[in-house]
Ligand binder design. Structure first.
Ligand code: G6Q
Length: 559
C-alpha cells in the first residue's frame, strides 16, 4: 500500500513547507497586493475565494501561495479523492470494517437517478419514508394529530444520543426562526436523570409527543430515558392504550421498537447504511421536519444535494469541501497544528461546534489505515468552538497570544434573522476584526508607540510591552452566507461532511466506523451490573476496583 507520506506529492509539500516556513501572512498579502497592482490582476482576496451553493469561502488568510494550493490539489488528485467520492455516492462498501456503504447522500438525492445497494435501488424506500414523515408532520403541525384528551400537541421531546441527538438538536436550534409557533422542542440525551427530569418537569403529558430516536434501539442511555418518559406518561391519567398517540420511534430495529411497546405503525425507519452522525437527513430529522414543516425540510435536503453536486463536479482547485480539507491537512500534517476552532458568528448556530465535533472527531479520530496498518502521520485535529462574540470574551485570549496556532473557521450570515438596531452590524464588525487581528497581530514597536503616545513612562512600558504584543500570523477561513435558512444550513452541513470525507481519503482512513464509541457502550454495561449487584469487586485494576467499591460502600451508608 502507498502510505500518504510516501507519495511524491506529500514529499513535494514537505519540501515546500520548508521554503514557506518563515513567510508570514502579512508578507503573503503584501507580495500579492504588489503583484496584483503591478499586473492589474486579482487581489489575494479574489484569488483565494470560492463561491458555491449559497456559501462564500475566503481562504486568503492562510499560509498558502498559488504554488501551495497547486501542490495540495496534486496531493488530493494522487489520493484518488474523485474516485473515492464517486465510490461513496455510488453505494460502494466505503465502510469496510462494518461491511457497508455510506449513503447519506442518497437521503437527500433530489434527482431521479437511482442509487443501488446490492443491485437494488434504495430511492423508492427513501421516498416512501419521507412521505410518511411529511404526512405525520403535517398532521401534528396542523393540530389534527391529537393527544389522548383530544388536545393538539404542543411539546416534542426527542430522546436519543450521539448521532440521534446532536444533528436534530443543532438543526432545530439553527432554524428556530422558521419553526412552528405552537410547538416547542426538547432534547434529552444524557443518562443523568437530571436531564429527563428537568425536561419533563412542567410539560403536560396530554400534549407531549415523545420521539424515541435510536438506530439500534439498544443504546442504554436512550432506553433508560425512554422508559422513564413512559413511566412519567403513565403516571398521568393516561393508560397503555394512549401510548400510541404520544410515543413514536425512529429506528432500524422494528423488533426492539415493538418490544419497548411502541406500535410499529408509529415507527419511521432508516437503514444500516446511514451512519449515526450522518443521519440527520433520514427519519432522525423528524424533529426538524416537525419544526419547519415538510416544504422547508425539502429546502434543507436541496441545499445539501446542491453541495453534493458541487463536490462531485467542481474541479478540485475550485471545490469548497476539498479546499477546506486540504487546508486542514496542510496545517495538521505540515505545520503541526493539532486543533481547529469553529466560531459561528450566529447565535442560532450555537450547537454547530458540538455537532461538528462529533462529525469530525468520531469520523477521523483514527490511528489505522483502511487496510489496518498503523498510521504514521497526524490524523484529525481537536475541533472545538463556541459562537462569537462570546468566545472573544473567553478563550480567544489563547487563540491570539497562546503558544498554539489554531486555524479558525469564522461563519457569518450577512442578513440577520433577528434584526434589532445595530446588533448585526456589531456582530459582523467583531467577526471581521477578529480574523484581521489574528492575522496582523500587534508588534512590540506599535505597542511601545501607543503607550508612549498615552504618556506612559518608560519603566512601565518596559514591563508591559511584551504582554501587550500580539504575534499575529494566525490563520483563518471566513465562510459567509446571505442568511441562515434551511437551504444554506443544508449546504453548510454537507460542506463539512465532505470536508471530513476528503481528509479521510487523503489519510486513507475509514471515516464511517466508530469502534471507540462501541467500546464505551460495552464497558458501562458490565460495571452497571456490578453496581446493581452491590458486592465488592476485584476484577479490575486497583483504581477502578477502588472507585466501584467506594461507590457501593457510600451507597450502603446512605441507604
Ligand atoms: C454515530 C455514533 C453514535 C450513535 C449513538 C446512538 O455515528 O454511532 O453517536 O449515533 O451511539 O446510537 P443509536 O442511534 O443506535 O441509539
Amino acid at each position: 500500500m502507498t502510505t500518504p507520506e510516501s507519495r511524491p506529492e506529500w514529499q513535494a509539500l514537505d519540501a515546500h513547507r520548508k521554503e514557506m516556513a518563515a513567510t508570514t501572512l502579512v508578507e503573503l498579502f503584501a507580495a500579492d497586493e504588489a503583484e496584483s497592482t503591478a499586473a492589474g490582476g486579482r487581489s489575494r482576496f479574489e484569488q483565494f475565494r470560492l463561491d458555491a451553493v449559497g456559501l462564500s469561502l475566503d481562504f486568503s488568510k492562510n499560509h498558502l501561495t498559488a504554488r501551495t494550493h497547486e501542490l495540495l490539489v496534486e496531493l488530493a488528485r494522487a489520493s484518488d479523492v474523485e474516485a473515492r467520492l464517486a465510490a461513496m455516492f455510488d453505494g460502494a462498501i466505503v465502510n469496510p470494517t462494518e461491511g457497508r456503504p455510506a449513503l447519506h447522500t442518497a437521503l437527500r438525492n433530489r434527482s431521479n437517478e437511482p442509487v443501488e445497494v446490492n443491485g437494488k435501488d434504495v430511492m423508492p424506500g427513501i421516498r416512501e419514508v419521507l412521505e410518511r414523515l411529511s404526512a405525520f408532520s403535517t398532521r401534528v403541525r396542523e393540530g389534527e394529530w391529537k393527544g389522548y384528551t383530544g388536545k393538539a400537541i404542543t411539546d416534542v421531546v426527542n430522546i436519543g444520543i450521539g448521532g440521534s441527538d446532536l444533528g436534530p438538536l443543532m438543526a432545530v436550534e439553527a432554524l428556530a426562526p422558521f419553526a412552528h409557533e405552537r410547538l416547542s422542542f426538547h432534547f434529552v440525551s444524557n443518562v443523568d436523570g437530571a436531564h429527563i427530569a428537568s425536561t419533563l418537569k412542567g410539560l403536560d403529558p396530554a400534549t407531549t409527543l415523545v420521539i424515541v430516536a435510536s438506530k439500534t434501539f439498544t443504546t442504554q442511555e436512550t432506553l433508560a430515558n425512554a422508559h422513564s418518559a413512559r413511566s412519567w406518561f403513565l403516571d398521568s391519567p393516561a393508560s397503555d392504550a394512549d401510548i400510541a398517540r404520544h410515543f413514536v420511534a425512529v429506528s432500524t430495529n422494528a423488533e426492539a421498537v415493538a418490544a419497548f411497546g411502541i406500535d410499529t405503525d408509529n415507527m419511521f425507519g432508516f437503514w444500516d447504511w446511514v451512519g449515526g452522525r450522518y443521519s440527520l437527513w433520514s427519519a432522525i430529522g423528524l424533529p426538524l421536519m416537525l419544526a419547519i414543516g415538510p416544504a422547508q425540510f425539502e429546502r434543507f435536503l436541496a441545499g445539501a444535494h446542491a453541495m453534493d453536486k458541487h463536490v462531485r463536479s467542481a474541479p478540485l482547485e475550485a471545490n469548497l469541501p476539498v479546499t477546506l480539507a486540504l487546508l486542514s491537512v496542510w496545517y495538521g500534517n505540515f505545520r503541526e497544528s493539532r486543533s481547529q476552532l469553529v466560531a459561528p458568528y450566529e447565535q442560532y448556530l450555537h450547537r454547530f461546534p458540538a455537532y461538528l465535533q462529533q462529525l469530525t472527531m468520531e469520523s477521523n479520530g483514527k490511528r489505522v489505515h483502511v487496510d489496518g496498518t498503523a498510521v504514521n502521520i497526524a490524523t484529525e485535529a481537536v475541533v472545538w468552538g463556541e459562537p462569537g462574540t462570546n468566545g472573544q470574551h473567553a478563550f480567544f485570549q489563547l487563540v491570539h497570544q497562546g503558544t498554539h496556532v489554531i486555524p479558525t473557521d469564522f461563519i457569518l450570515a450577512l442578513e440577520s434573522l433577528s434584526p434589532i438596531g445595530e446588533h448585526h452590524l456589531l456582530l459582523m464588525a467583531n467577526c471581521f476584526a477578529q480574523s484581521e487581528a489574528l492575522m496582523k497581530g500587534k508588534s512590540r514597536e506599535a505597542v511601545v508607540a501607543e503607550m508612549q503616545a498615552a504618556g506612559i513612562g518608560d519603566n512601565e512600558i518596559e514591563q508591559l510591552a511584551n504582554h501587550r504584543t500580539f504575534p499575529g500570523d494566525r490563520p483563518s477561513n471566513t465562510i459567509l452566507m446571505q442568511r441562515l435558512d434551511p437551504y444554506t444550513l443544508g449546504s453548510l452541513i454537507a460542506l463539512y461532511e465532505h470536508k471530513v470525507f476528503v481528509e479521510a481519503a487523503i489519510w486513507d482512513i475509514n471515516p464511517f466506523d466508530q469502534w471507540g464509541v462501541e467500546l464505551g457502550k460495552q464497558l458501562a454495561s458490565s460495571i452497571a451490573a456490578e453496581l446493581r449487584d452491590g458486592q465488592r469487586v476485584t476484577v479490575h485494576d486497583s483504581s477502578t476496583n477502588g472507585l466501584i467499591n467506594y461507590a457501593i460502600q457510600q451507597r450502603n451508608i446512605q441507604a
